[in-house]
Design a protein around this ligand. Structure first.
Ligand code: ZN
Length: 89
């Protein structure tokens, strides 16, 4: 499994389906996730497909969450190299 890939399985009709979509459908009682909506992993762990970790979001909101998250991660975890650069400035 490549890093960043979602866990997936094959349905009875041979289609590939991700586990988090399936669990999300169950949680929200859908036969299929509605168009323009996605199931998001709250803790960012794509292998954590527990009910509590999955949330149904509109694609627009989903994109925003990932943008904000990447900003937060960058701001609280500067690389050691960058910190050294600052010290020597
Ligand atoms: Zn997401």
């Amino acid at each position: 499994m490549k890093k960043g890939d979602y866990q997936a399985y094959k349905t009875q009709d041979g289609k590939k389906k991700t586990i988090h979509s399936r669990v999300g459908e169950k949680k929200y009682d859908y036969d299929k996730i509605p168009a323009d909506f996605v199931i998001h992993h709250i803790d960012g762990d794509k292998n954590n497909n527990q009910y509590y970790n999955l949330i149904l979001l509109h694609k627009k909101d989903h994109r925003r969450i990932h943008i904000v998250k990447s900003l937060v991660i960058k701001s609280v975890q500067p690389s050691k190299e960058k910190l050294k650069e600052k010290e020597s400035e």
